[in-house]
Design a protein around this ligand. Structure first.
Ligand code: GTP
Ligand code: MG
Length: 386
């Protein structure tokens, strides 16, 4: 076990004079609560997955050494959430595969043909377009596949399919990059996205993973539009025993400023800032995001260190438009793709890789805590195509 984490201090909700206006809401959040409880412990009460915070070079892909206690990483650390129990990891992959089943079946049906000819490539082209891969990624994949087939003298259709998985995985590979924390203390993470994409739930899940690994987390209830939004985040704070800054009826930028200031004063490792859902077409709300970012910078020069966009995996090609619009507006550093357990087609990740390659830190396949795990390009390609 490593020793670069110090003893975890006790955590208290923010209720002191400096934050007299802050309200700590305590109503329980019922969304997925039962499933979360299930996910926390296995049958014998043992955790079913581990979060590894890896020190050193964040591009290093060596196997995870898991750190479970203490705080204050002394070097940048990679946030790895991958279930180490083969059974539950298998179940997670099955859910991913189940969500992408339609795409898998559609693309799979192309390879029932015994011949490798123009008809096969044409069918594959329309299957890829139907999967939301978009014109550019589809053209790239097809060209790469034809080249491979020719160069390697492939004559077996099933080997063509295997080649497709490889090419797809290579295309997605640049998106595989874990979230890193610890370079800055606190690491300030702003969460954005359209309504209902899964921002607040993803914050809750990340809080749990970070807390389990010993990092001290502070939440900022930057969705000040709805009381229910504050309550939802407060429930996650309470459940994970972490601090929250939540001002009743305040400006989201002010809440974010107070949260970062509080986190600095309290020596927190990570600040997770929730924001209200908004459409990229709502110019005034997009400007509000820019303001939140500017005001955060006033609290800490280098912050925010991460600006994440949460995307609902079922939104198809529209997800690419969201990535472009939010990126153009506030400069994204990472993505979280949720609800891949639904009717997602998955191909849009290829479009993102091709046209706006922003790292996908996590993918979600359900509402419980352990349903949010790291994105692995090869695994995703296999789930989608194999
Ligand atoms: N099936 C499934 N549901 C999810 C996933 N992630 C989030 N959800 C659900 O999606 C719904 C919306 O999630 P929220 O976290 O409230 O979304 P939000 O982006 O914060 O929404 P607003 O604040 O209203 O913009 C909730 O019911 C979540 O439980 C996922 O990966 N799979
Ligand atoms: Mg929300």
């Amino acid at each position: 076990m490593f020793s670069f984490f110090k003893k975890k201090p006790s955590l208290t909700p923010i209720v002191d004079a400096q934050y007299a206006a802050a309200t700590l809401t305590t109503e329980p959040n019922t969304i997925g609560a039962a499933r979360e409880a299930d996910a926390r412990t296995g049958p014998g009460g043992a955790p079913t997955a581990e979060l590894g915070l890896l020190t050193g070079d964040v591009s290093d892909t060596s196997p995870a050494d898991t750190l479970t206690t203490g705080v204050v990483p002394e070097k940048p650390t990679r946030v790895e959430v991958v279930d180490k129990d083969p059974a539950s990891r298998g179940a997670w992959l099955d859910r991913l595969k189940g969500g992408l089943k339609k795409t898998g079946q559609h693309i799979g049906s192309v390879f029932v043909s015994a011949r490798i000819d123009d008809a096969l490539y044409e069918e594959l082209e329309s299957a890829l377009l139907m999967s939301d891969a978009g014109v550019k990624a589809t053209a790239h994949v097809l060209q790469a596949l034809k080249t491979k087939v020719k160069k390697e003298h492939i004559t077996d259709v099933q080997l063509v399919k295997a080649g497709l998985v490889e090419i797809f995985a290579d295309l997605l590979a640049p998106l595989e990059k874990p979230l890193a924390i610890g370079k800055h203390k606190p690491t300030v993470i702003m969460m954005t996205g359209v309504n209902g994409a899964g921002k607040t739930t993803s914050i809750g899940k990340l809080t749990r993973h970070l807390s389990d690994a010993g990092a001290s987390v502070l939440l900022a209830a930057g969705d000040t539009f709805r009381a229910a939004a504050r309550e939802q985040l407060s429930a996650w704070a309470e459940r994970n025993n972490v601090d929250i800054v939540s001002h009743n009826g305040a400006d989201p930028a002010a809440v974010s400023f107070d949260a970062v200031t509080a986190a600095i004063a309290r020596g927190k490792d990570v600040v997770l800032i929730d924001t209200a859902g908004r459409l990229p077409t709502q110019a005034h709300l997009m400007q509000e995001l820019q303001k939140i970012k500017r005001v955060i910078q006033k609290a800490s020069d280098t912050a925010p260190h991460e600006v994440l966009l949460v995307i609902d995996g079922n939104t198809g090609q529209n997800a690419l438009s969201q990535v472009k619009a939010f990126d153009d507006c506030i400069g994204l550093t990472g993505l979280i793709v949720t609800k891949l357990d639904g009717t997602a087609k998955g191909g849009v990740l290829a479009a993102i890789a091709m046209e706006r390659p922003i790292p996908v830190y996590f993918v979600g396949v359900g509402e419980s805590v352990l349903d949010l795990q790291n994105f692995k390009a090869h695994e995703f390609a296999q789930a989608m195509l194999a």
